[in-house]
Design a protein around this ligand. Structure first.
Ligand code: SF4
Length: 470
C-alpha cells in the first residue's frame, strides 16, 4: 500500500480543491491518505499565492523536502494550486497568461528543484497518468469528482473558480485564470447529497461567488447577473431541469428550498454583486446564515480607484447599511489592505471611518505587499513597512476591537442556535453561532457537528462564552 499526503496552504477554495485531489488520487489502486510526511510516497503541495507569506511557506520547504527524499528516494512531490500558474521567470519575461505550462514548469523548477511535477488545479485529473497509471473512464474536469470530505458536518462546495476582475494588487486572475462557473445541476446534486447525509454547514465558494452565472443557460457567454428571483418556486420546479437557476440568487433559492436542518453560507462576495434583491432573500431564507464576508479593502475612493475595485466608498456603505437593516443579527466581516502605494494618513482615516460606520465584527487586515505580475507591483511600494504595521494595529485595536465588542455585547444573555465545531480539551468545546462568532462552552457529552442552543454569558471583542440550554 502506498501513502499520500495533501497539504493545503490557502483559503476555503484551496481546501475544497484538496478534497477533490484526494478523490482523484484514490482512483489509483493501493493508495491511501496519511497525515505523516515521513510515510508519504506522494506529496501534494496545494499552494496559495494570494499573499507573499503563503508563497514563502512553500519556498522555504526546500531542506525538509530534500531530507524526505533522502529517506524515501521514491517520493514524488507535486506542486499544484496557485503557484503552479505563476510566472517564475525574470522581470522581462512574458506574463503568466502568455507562457505555456511547459515554460512555467521549467522556470518553477529552477526556483524549487525538489518538485517532480507541476500541475495546475484544473489539470489535476492528469496526475494518475503522469505517475504511470491508466484510469478507465477518466473524468476530465476535477470539479466533477466527488470530494473525499475531511469533515463529517462541514462542506465547501466550489461553484466558480478564477476571477476576471483584475484588481490591481491581486494575483488570483493570473494564478487561477478567468472565472469559470460550474454547472448548476452539478452544484445542486452535490448539495442535495450533502443535505441527505446530514451535513450541517454548507458553504458555497468562489473568488467572486455572488457573480455566479449558470453556464448551462448562459448560452451567449455574457450572462444575466440580474439576481432575479424564480417566482412561485415549488417542489416540482426543484426537479425540472428546464427551470435550472440562472444566476446566484436563483441558485440560493433552489438550495434554500431543500428540506433539512442545515446552514448555508457563501464566500467571497464582491460588493458590486450584492444586490438589494439578494439581501432581501438572505433576510427571509430558511437556511442562509446571518453572516457575510465582503471585502472593502479601502475606505478612500482615491485608493479604491488605484486598486481597480470599481465601487466607491459611498456605494459600499450604502449596501452595507441596507444589509444591516434587513438581516437581523448579521455578522459582517471584511478584508482591508493597509499601506497600498500612495496611501496617506488621510486615506487611512477614511477607511477607519467607514469601518466604524459599518461596525464590522471581523476584519482581515493585511499589510500591502507587491505581487509580481500584477499592475500595482509596477507602482513604487512607498509606504514604509513600520507605518503599515502601525496602521494595521490602529485599525485592529482602535476601530475593529471596539465595533466587535459593541456587537458582541448586544448578544449577552440571549440564546443562539450554534454548531459544535470541536472539542478543545476535557469538557471545553468550541461552537459557532449563525452569525459566525466563536463561542466556548462546557459540556461533557460533546456532540461535534450537531446544533445546540447556547446562552451567551460573557464576551470579548474576539470570542464569546456560553452555557448550554437543556
Ligand atoms: S475580485 Fe479582485 S481581489 Fe477578488 S479575486 Fe478577483 S481580482 Fe482578486
Amino acid at each position: 500500500m502506498k501513502k499520500y499526503v495533501i497539504t493545503n496552504f490557502g483559503c476555503q477554495m484551496n481546501y475544497a480543491d484538496g478534497e477533490r485531489f484526494s478523490a482523484i488520487i484514490e482512483q489509483i489502486p493501493n493508495f491511501s491518505q496519511t497525515d505523516k510526511l515521513e510515510e508519504a510516497d506522494l506529496l501534494i503541495l496545494n499552494s496559495c499565492s494570494v499573499r507573499q507569506k503563503a508563497e514563502d511557506r512553500i519556498l522555504g520547504l526546500g531542506r525538509l523536502m530534500e531530507k524526505l527524499k533522502i529517506n524515501n528516494p521514491e517520493l514524488k512531490i507535486v506542486l499544484t494550486g496557485c503557484m503552479s500558474r505563476r510566472n517564475w521567470a525574470g522581470k522581462d519575461s512574458k506574463s503568466p497568461l502568455q507562457q505555456t505550462q511547459t515554460q512555467r514548469e521549467e522556470e518553477l523548477k529552477k526556483v524549487m528543484p525538489w518538485v517532480d511535477y507541476v500541475l495546475e488545479s484544473k489539470d489535476f485529473h492528469k496526475l494518475p497518468e503522469l505517475l504511470g497509471y491508466k484510469i478507465e473512464n477518466r473524468i476530465d474536469d476535477y470539479l466533477s469528482f466527488k470530494p473525499n470530505l475531511s469533515s463529517t458536518f462541514q462542506a465547501y462546495v466550489p461553484i466558480s473558480v478564477g476571477c476576471d476582475h483584475f484588481c490591481s494588487y491581486c494575483i488570483v486572475p493570473f494564478a487561477r485564470g478567468i472565472e469559470i462557473c460550474r454547472e448548476a445541476s452539478d452544484i445542486i446534486l452535490e448539495v442535495k447529497e450533502l443535505v441527505a447525509k446530514g451535513y450541517k454547514d454548507i458553504v458555497l465558494v468562489g473568488q467572486t461567488v455572488n457573480r455566479y452565472i449558470n453556464p448551462e443557460l448562459d448560452i451567449f457567454g455574457k450572462g444575466l447577473r440580474g439576481n432575479t428571483r424564480i417566482e412561485g418556486l415549488n417542489k416540482e420546479m426543484l426537479t425540472d431541469l428546464s427551470k435550472l437557476p440562472r444566476d446566484f440568487l436563483q441558485l440560493l433559492q433552489i438550495i434554500d428550498a431543500m428540506e433539512g436542518d442545515f446552514w448555508l453560507s457563501f464566500m467571497s462576495s464582491h460588493p458590486n454583486y450584492m444586490s438589494e434583491q439578494l439581501i432581501d432573500f438572505m433576510a427571509e431564507s430558511k437556511h442562509i446564515r446571518p453572516y457575510l464576508h465582503f471585502a472593502l479593502q479601502s475606505g478612500s475612493d482615491r485608493i479604491l480607484k488605484r486598486m481597480n475595485r470599481r465601487y466607491s466608498a459611498e456605494e459600499f456603505l450604502k449596501i452595507g447599511k441596507y444589509m444591516k437593516k434587513k438581516i437581523k443579527g448579521l455578522g459582517l466581516s471584511t478584508d482591508i489592505i493597509v499601506g497600498f502605494p500612495g496611501e496617506t494618513q488621510e486615506d487611512l482615516e477614511m477607511t477607519a471611518k467607514l469601518m466604524s460606520k459599518l461596525e464590522f465584527d471581523m476584519a482581515y487586515i493585511s499589510e500591502y505587499s507587491p505581487r509580481k505580475g500584477t499592475a500595482s507591483a509596477l507602482i513604487n511600494d512607498d509606504v514604509p513597512q513600520g507605518l503599515k504595521k502601525k496602521w494595521k494595529r490602529y485599525l485592529n485595536d482602535e476601530i475593529l476591537a471596539k465595533t466587535a465588542l459593541g456587537n458582541n455585547q448586544k448578544m449577552l444573555g440571549k440564546v443562539y442556535k450554534c454548531l459544535i465545531e470541536k472539542n478543545i480539551k476535557g469538557d471545553s468545546n468550541l461552537a459557532r453561532t449563525g452569525n459566525y462568532k466563536e463561542i466556548m462552552f462546557k459540556a461533557k457529552d460533546k456532540r461535534i457537528g450537531e446544533f445546540i442552543d447556547l446562552k451567551v454569558s460573557s464576551v470579548t471583542p474576539w470570542a464569546l462564552k456560553g452555557k448550554a440550554i437543556q
